[in-house]
Design a protein around this ligand. Structure first.
Ligand SMILES: Nc1ncnc2c1ncn2[C@@H]1O[C@H](COP(=O)(O)OP(=O)(O)OP(=O)(O)O)[C@@H](O)[C@H]1O
Length: 273
């Protein structure tokens, strides 16, 4: 029986900063596969190694051990241009020139396909992507005149223009209001390409992800469908909070809910000693 080639395949991936040793690895022994069109949410507490891992998957850092393959080809064997055509990365920030118009910034996604200056088609594509993410009215505004959430939408639109075969997202819901979080995740999921997204909001994952990779202390703790991996026991163990799936009061489905209680503030006595 022939084994189908995964859209994305990580085998024994590890990373440590340059000048350090494998004993200082930030992530170690990570192996999982992503099928065509699958969305994978990468979750874990602060410092678990999510950004380190997504940067390697995006080809922005090289693994110290192991291999990362896209459609059976190692990322390290791809030229810079091929990587740019195949992988779209939406990081937590970028260095784009704030004087660019939103439409011109979004059109940068076309650059790896050398269609940026091809005339009207590229600009039409960029404008359509702006409209899809809800920036149609702001397409001619300068990038540095956008709010944090609008800028995040522009990054997603640029990635759409890139027409990648793999989409890698690092905290794509940062800066977005509750409604926009769901909307933007639905937009990227509808692109039909495999997605790896580092996400903090565990309550969005049931609706968005086919699989979840839980990372803790640089190690893969669980990988599989959300209903199995985000169990009450796993979430409590890894995040130290309780997650419940509560029945919707009116509809016949369950909503993931986190039981987060704020510690009581310390009261300072105002009575003079
Ligand atoms: N260049 C570096 N040198 C040494 N340690 C680093 C370096 N970059 C990151 N780290 C450490 O590696 C660990 C993983 O960082 P990473 O940014 O991958 O975590 P994360 O899961 O994305 O965290 P967060 O949820 O806070 O964004 C952290 O403890 C961080 O301090």
């Amino acid at each position: 029986m022939t084994r189908q080639t995964a859209a994305l395949d990580l085998r024994d991936v590890g990373y440590w900063p340059s000048g350090r040793s494998p004993a200082d690895a930030l992530v170690s022994a990570i192996s999982f596969s992503v099928g065509a069109g699958e969305c994978v949410a990468l979750v874990g507490p602060n410092g678990a190694g999510k950004t380190t891992l997504v940067r390697m998957i995006a080809g922005l850092a090289s693994p110290g051990t192991g291999t990362i393959m896209i459609d059976g080809k190692s990322i390290s064997a791809m030229s810079f241009a091929e990587r740019a055509r195949r992988i779209a990365y939406v990081g937590q920030s970028d260095e784009a020139d704030g004087r660019l118009s939103v439409a011109d910034y979004v059109a940068l996604g076309l650059l790896p396909h050398a269609r940026l200056f091809a005339g009207g088609t590229g600009r039409d594509e960029a404008r359509r992507a702006c409209e899809t993410v809800g920036l149609g009215d702001l397409a001619e505004r300068r990038l540095d005149q956008l709010s944090g959430g609008e800028r995040q939408r522009a990054r997603i639109a640029r990635a759409m223009c890139q027409k990648p075969s793999l989409l890698v997202l690092d905290e794509p819901t940062n800066h977005l209001d509750p409604l926009a979080r769901g909307e933007q995740l639905a937009i990227v999921a509808s692109m039909g390409v495999p997605i790896v997204a580092a996400l903090h909001d565990l309550t969005l994952i049931d609706a968005f992800a086919d699989k979840v990779a839980i990372l803790a202390d640089g190690r893969l703790r669980a990988f599989g469908p959300p209903g199995e991996t985000l169990s009450t026991a796993n979430v409590r163990d890894v995040f130290g909070v309780d997650m419940h799936r509560l029945k919707h009061p009116e509809h016949d489905y369950h909503l993931p809910t986190l039981d987060i209680r704020l510690p009581m503030p310390t009261t300072h006595s105002t009575t003079p000693c």
